[in-house]
Design a protein around this ligand. Structure first.
Ligand SMILES: [Ca+2]
Length: 219
């Protein structure tokens, strides 16, 4: 029975650890069907016509390979959302964050890439950045990306002012560009817990070894 209790304790420890990094975002991986003018489940189009794309399907058109540079799979994997901008033409999408604690600091993190669109007279090849909004007001932006096959991980923090707030994304400047965004998460705290810190793993390992030793003694 002691070993059963220890096993339960281990599960609780693991659950607590998992909860610490839990994202408030629904479908932050942007998993969905390839789509021109649509975004994955859990998300809403707020302006223009964002697309659901992957490395073989630009602007949501399956099999169309007219990227400005060779695309790569994001660190998150699977599909992502493509956002364009051209002067006053803006594409935006988002979702409501629920269960926020007023006054609590949160970290929004995401992966971004600028593969552009190469479509002769209507190409989107400029530099731009992912802009982040809360209830329609800018809370900052990622770094400006020029055309590249690489993804970069970006983040910023905000303090919740309401239990439910609308998180949305669009490109930050009016320069004609088309960027991809993927792997979106919102977590409590001021540091993005994308990867557990080594010290956390070390503490967990010490705890598990200790429990195993105790179990041997008690068993
Ligand atoms: Ca994805």
């Amino acid at each position: 029975m002691k070993s059963l209790r220890l096993a339960t304790l281990s599960v609780l420890l693991l659950a607590a650890f998992t909860a610490r990094a839990e994202s408030l975002v629904v479908n932050g991986s942007l998993n969905g069907s390839i789509a021109n003018m649509d975004v994955p489940t859990g998300w809403t189009v707020l302006a223009g016509t964002p697309d659901t794309v992957d490395p073989t399907s630009n602007v949501g058109v399956s099999g169309w390979l007219s990227f400005g540079v060779a695309p790569t799979v994001s660190p998150d994997g699977g599909t992502w959302v493509g956002l364009g901008i051209n002067g006053s033409y803006i594409e935006s999408f988002g979702q409501s964050l629920n269960g926020l604690t007023v006054g609590q600091t949160y970290t929004v993190s995401w992966q971004a890439a600028n593969f552009g669109i190469n479509n002769q007279a209507n190409s989107y090849l400029g530099s731009n950045a992912i802009g982040v909004m809360l209830d329609g007001a800018s809370i900052g932006q990622g770094s400006t990306l020029s055309l590249s096959s690489n993804w970069s991980t970006q983040s910023l923090t905000f303090v919740a002012t309401s239990a439910s707030q609308l998180l949305s994304f669009s490109l930050a400047s009016t320069e004609k560009a088309y960027l991809g965004i993927d792997g979106i998460s919102v977590t409590a705290g001021g540091v993005a817990p994308a990867v557990p810190e080594p010290s956390t793993w070390a503490l967990m390992a010490i705890g598990l070894v200790g429990m195993a030793a105790m179990r041997r003694r008690l068993g």
